[in-house]
Design a protein around this ligand. Structure first.
Ligand code: SAM
Length: 279
């Protein structure tokens, strides 16, 4: 993204003109999000209705990570909630995405033709918002505390696990970036039919087997979306997570909803409480 353009947008005194410049220079948006009050990007995914229930209201002073940030919707939402520092990571090149093999060439052709470059929407939105959130090219497979300048207090993992062959491996990488006692929220697709059919058993639908699927590998039921982080040693918040029904549109599977599962990296440095064994 052109650094001169970004500086012009950041310093333009007329903020509506700054937003217009950003919108003119981006051929397509993934996120519908507010750049200014009353000025939103025309994105594919409007997740604004779920924010109040899915994210903590107050992230004051916390160091935050947005995994698979795309245009930065959750990164900016964390900043709006007072985060002290926000880093959003994503791939640098669509070639890095884990396309199901039969659709790899078609997906890459479409990505090239769209002229949407990873990070551009984020940088343009950040310039309009005069945000200090940072975009970092980092594949989640290579995510380490060092890669993002140290551990974080809070992370969002949003609609990325279904696009990975190895979702549990990605969650291990996220776990290691959380400080002990740090928290994350997984705002991920679940299959409602698989959840109703298997309320207690962790199962995932293998989506390359579904006609029309082009981007997804595994879509879990709710039990699996809790079992995956638990398998990495993350503590899953008890109770029913917030569920959000996705609108029916291209790319959203029938019966796919989002579930916001809260997890914590246990702080093993805190001495265990004395347990009264009743003796
Ligand atoms: C469906 S979008 C979700 C965007 C946003 N997190 C949300 O929940 O609205 C998936 C995002 O994950 C990114 N992504 C996919 N595979 C990735 C990987 N291996 N490492 C980092 N980012 C990845 C994509 O480039 C894209 O930005």
């Amino acid at each position: 993204m052109d650094a001169v353009l970004l500086e012009r947008i950041r310093t333009e005194p007329d903020r509506s003109a700054a937003a217009r410049l950003a919108l003119e220079h981006q051929p397509g948006w993934y996120h519908t999000m507010d750049l200014l009050p009353g000025v939103a990007t025309p994105g594919f995914a409007d997740l604004r209705p779920l924010l109040a229930r899915a994210l903590p209201a107050d992230l004051s002073g916390r160091r935050c990570l947005d995994v698979g940030t795309f245009d930065g919707f959750y990164a900016f939402a964390m900043e709006d909630r007072g985060a002290g520092e926000v880093v959003g990571i994503d791939v640098v090149d669509p070639e890095e995405l884990e396309h199901p093999p039969l659709h790899r060439e078609g997906n890459l052709k479409q990505a090239r033709e769209s002229k949407v470059m990873p990070g551009d929407g984020f940088h343009l939105a950040a310039a309009v918002r005069r945000s200090s959130a940072r975009w970092l090219g980092c594949n989640v497979r290579h995510l380490t505390p060092e890669a993002i300048g140290g551990r974080v207090d809070f992370a969002v993992v949003g609609t990325i696990l279904q696009h990975l062959r190895d979702p549990v491996g990605a969650l291990e990488r996220v776990r290691d970036t959380l400080r002990p006692g740090g928290e994350a929220v997984l705002i991920e697709t679940i299959s409602v039919p698989a959840t109703l059919k298997h309320p207690r058993t962790a199962v995932a639908e293998f989506r390359p087997a579904r006609p029309g699927n082009r981007y997804s590998w595994w879509v879990p039921n709710l039990a699996a979306l809790k079992a995956w982080p638990a398998a990495c040693g993350l503590e899953v918040a008890p109770g029913r997570p917030y569920l959000y029904r996705l609108p029916r549109q291209a790319g959203v599977g029938r019966g796919d909803w989002l579930a916001a599962v809260r997890v914590t990296r246990p702080d093993l440095t805190v001495p265990a409480q004395a347990v009264d064994l009743g003796r």
